[in-house]
Design a protein around this ligand. Sequence first.
Ligand SMILES: Cc1cc2nc3c(=O)[nH]c(=O)nc-3n(C[C@H](O)[C@H](O)[C@H](O)COP(=O)(O)OP(=O)(O)OC[C@H]3O[C@@H](n4cnc5c(N)ncnc54)[C@H](O)[C@@H]3O)c2cc1C
Length: 548
Amino acid sequence: MNLETDILIIGGGSAGTMASIVAKEQNPDVDVIIFEKGEINRSGSIAMGMDALNIVVQPGTTTPELYIHSALIATEGILDYKPSYVMAKRSYSMLKRLESWGIRFPRDDENKYISLQVHAKGSFLLEMDSPELKLVLAEKVKEAGVRVINRTIITKLLVDEGQVNGALGFNIRTGEFVVCKAKATILANGGCARFSLPNSGYLYGTFDYPGNAGDGYSLAFRAGAQLTGFEYTNCSPLIKDLNCPLLYITLTRGAEVINALGETIDLEYVSTQNMLKELREGRGPIFIKMNHLSEERIQEIERILFTTERPIQKKFWENRGIDFREGLIELGETEYQLCGGHGMTGIVVNEKTETTLKGLYSAGDVACVPFQHLTGAFVFGEVAAEEAVKFVSNKDQCKVEQDLIDEEEQRLISIMENNNNGSVSVQDFEYKVRRTISDYVVPPKNETKLERFLWWLPRFRKDLKNIRITDYHELSKFEEIQFILDCAELSVHASLARKESRWGWFHYRTDYPEKDDKNWKKHIILEKGIKSGEVQTLLVPIKKGGEN
Ligand SMILES: Cc1cc2nc3c(=O)[nH]c(=O)nc-3n(C[C@H](O)[C@H](O)[C@H](O)COP(=O)(O)OP(=O)(O)OC[C@H]3O[C@@H](n4cnc5c(N)ncnc54)[C@H](O)[C@@H]3O)c2cc1C
């Protein structure tokens, strides 16, 4: 399939759908294509709906300045101020946009939006009550006249002299090779959910959307863009075995967390670090306790948990015979992930979503705007669209070298031909890669451990030839394993570079156990070195700016 467009969006999740709708709104004559690996009605982190917009600055209640204050605490100072400031500033108008599309934000008796405090400072989280959110977005995309190419995985960005001119990929069912030339490209394809192995052992039993395998990080790195925050390897204490979220829903409504000794854990503002500490120091298992809550509160919690994000929870608790009125919810550690939404990992972007490559914009979990959550995906989807529309006006389509296209097509064809009789299934291979990430890349870290992964890395890459690929779906999994390997390599380099401990457990180095603001209150930036594939690390001062 050979396509040409003005704006190509990779990923039809929260940021990608928003970007496409806003681009058409800005200029209906601009042609927009979304490539989505899954199916746009249900793909991505939202899938159904969400119970909250985690960051909203309500006029008269909070301010963008207060949000920056809070973000500085969460990031321990490793924050590029401007994008976070812009996100906070535009968050309320984003809420209003969503409301105008029929998304419900409950209000209290005084007609004020219901807000809850989960940040160190300020009540920024606004309740949202819309299990059909993803369908609304997908419908808006259709109405806007955006071309959506589902079930198509992008495997390479087209780059020429530092400018991105489109992308290449294939349909994961038919194998059809896809070429899309574009005047501007927006990467909106999520974080790396499939990083370390979940304790359950299920490859796809991850907290975050398992279709996101760090594709965007890897594509951007290979294309020459700068990335940051890969040493922030985070996990959460969530429902054991199911890895479903519930902390913000239960704890903000009065639930408590107790340890194995029956002691209540001090959670400050929903501090996951304190819960993880209990587990690590042997006072687990830990549990959420709700038996002290009123029937009305429990029903409110059940309604949210059983309808909005993953309704399967209802069945899960019924099958376990647990009723929140009496029973306890056991929490367990999730797998480690890399994410610009729940964490601090991503492509370096400025407040206009520009990356360090011309013509490439990035929004949502794939971009580094720390802890931006759904608000960031929506706001920066909007910003990316505005910027891309400006960028493509009066711009001609760039020339793309046919050799680059042929090379990628040939690479994919030869995997299908050569790996047909491989001895290892793609699932077994991924299991081993991610188990090794669990062994060496995640905390507690030290130089020897991290170097052990670098010892394994070339062996894994060499062994790719032994993976058995019999259809295009398996070919897509094969590509994802390479994305995961790239992410692990980036994470190891960033973790080796940051010779201190920071963010509690998430970058705890046993060989440098102290935080060292004097030398390390800096961004660690990663980029491709001159030698092919080499990862180069740079230490960059904290970027303050804007109104701060
Ligand atoms: C379980 C859960 C609950 C959450 N709850 C809340 C909440 O209540 N409030 C809040 O503010 N935030 C919440 N968040 C965070 C928020 O959902 C995310 O930050 C946000 O949705 C990320 O949007 P995104 O567009 O970056 O990624 P996604 O929505 O995940 O979209 C990425 C898309 O890219 C596609 N893709 C990936 N790779 C490729 C490729 N190579 N080619 C083509 N397509 C590709 C994927 O299929 C996917 O559809 C939650 C997240 C999770 C996982």
